[in-house]
Design a protein around this ligand. Structure first.
Ligand SMILES: Cc1ncc(COP(=O)(O)O)c(C=O)c1O
Length: 378
């Protein structure tokens, strides 16, 4: 535990969470959920930390969203009692899902395949279990989910609703296509489409006699940009707690609201080619290419000062290998930059970067006030 130490003295690369910024980000989104009359079920995959989730769920109903069964298990152990496992459930892991269903007040699965429903029914018959599940809907990302305009989508919803193995919870989508936006206005258009597609589909299901309790949507860009959520029951953004360079490019935040950074140390200075190498590579920052649709030269993160986290003008993180990050300067390198100099890097994608670490150093200013362990694995 490095509590009470300064960022100047801890080993690098290190994951750093700015608590003031994180608390402000949590409160801003929670206030918006209250104002728009929806329940907030934050996605905790961004940080995978119980302490962060406690801040995120303050004043909320307490439900969370997870992306792995390892997260579900760890958060169940920490007392979270209402969890949605938000990838289509792998049929190889139904035993763990049944165990979590038994243990928790509510544990919800996602599915979009007939075969998965058959596997749930088969498992439930043999084990006297009843699962709770959402139908996953594709509102334009084209990653997973049923096409809400198709007859097959209504048929699958009706089959889940009628199944003795499953409580049909409702419909759920994630508008990840909002990450292709170039501004908050563009993200607002995606947000309206995400909401309206789901409201129309819920209405269509109800006219076919399917009981839809929950209409669950949400990504960070769409929930930051959306103007109203009438007809929606819950939202599941996650990244907003940290934000990152990508979110600033699509208009979700300013860079000075990004609460997650990677502390790195210069390990080589190469004046002739105007480059420095730091000890944060792909296994600390991830190789997410970032918002290249907005800025093709964005590099692998924004290099900032340690204390104020001010972007250092003219520096670009041009390449990453496993444990090396190469920073290039537009002009001459500052003679003050030498081996041992520290920077903080705001990553392109904070979820992927944070997932590289087994703990985060939590700071107020530059003083470490806490250390949060994160859940690893699947
Ligand atoms: C199903 C689902 N719900 C919610 C989210 C949270 O969205 P964001 O990361 O934009 O906050 C994600 C993110 O990938 C997701 O896949």
């Amino acid at each position: 535990m490095l509590q009470n130490m300064e960022l100047a003295h801890i080993p690098t690369p290190a994951a750093v969470v700015d608590l003031d910024r994180l608390e402000a980000n949590a409160e801003r989104l929670a206030a918006k959920a209250r104002r728009l009359g929806v329940r907030l079920r934050p996605h905790i995959k961004t940080h995978k930390s119980v302490a962060a989730a406690r801040i995120q769920t303050r004043g909320q109903f307490g439900g969370i969203t997870v992306s792995t069964l390892a997260e579900a298990t760890a958060f169940a152990e920490a007392g979270f009692a209402d969890i949605t496992y938000a990838i289509p459930v792998p049929t190889t892991r139904l035993h763990e899902c049944a165990e979590l269903t038994r243990r928790l007040r509510s544990f919800h699965l996602l599915l979009d395949q007939r075969e998965t429903l058959a596997a749930l029914e088969n498992y439930a018959r043999g084990h006297q279990t009843r699962f709770s599940a959402y139908l996953k809907v594709d509102c334009g990302l084209h990653r997973a989910g049923v096409d809400p305009s198709s007859d097959a989508a209504v048929e699958l919803a009706a089959a889940i609703d009628a199944s003795p193995a499953v409580d049909f919870r409702g419909i759920l989508t994630h508008a990840g296509q909002a990450y292709r936006a170039r501004s908050r206005d563009e993200a607002a258009g995606v947000a309206a489409a995400e909401r309206d597609v789901m409201i129309r589909f819920a209405h269509r299901l109800r006219t076919h006699g399917v009981d839809v309790h929950e209409v669950s949507i949400g990504s960070t860009p769409t929930m930051v940009a959306v103007d109203h959520l009438d007809g929606i029951t819950e939202i599941r953004p996650g990244n907003y707690l940290f934000f990152d360079v990508f979110q600033s490019a699509v208009g979700s935040c300013d860079l000075d609201e990004v609460a997650f950074s990677v502390l790195a140390t210069v390990i080589g200075v190469y004046q002739k080619r105007r480059q420095m190498v730091v000890d944060a590579g792909a296994l600390a920052l991830s190789k997410d290419p970032g918002p290249v649709h907005v800025d093709p030269d964005c590099g692998f993160g924004v290099v900032t000062t340690v204390g104020q986290q001010r972007p250092v003008a003219g520096l670009t993180l041009v390449s990453l290998s496993q444990e090396h990050g190469v920073i290039e300067a537009e002009g001459e390198l500052d003679p003050e930059w030498r081996p041992g100099t520290r920077f903080r890097v705001l990553p392109n994608h904070s979820c992927l970067s944070a997932a590289c670490f087994d703990r985060c150093h939590v700071v107020r200013g530059t003083e470490i006030v806490d250390e949060w362990e994160t859940v690893r694995g699947w």
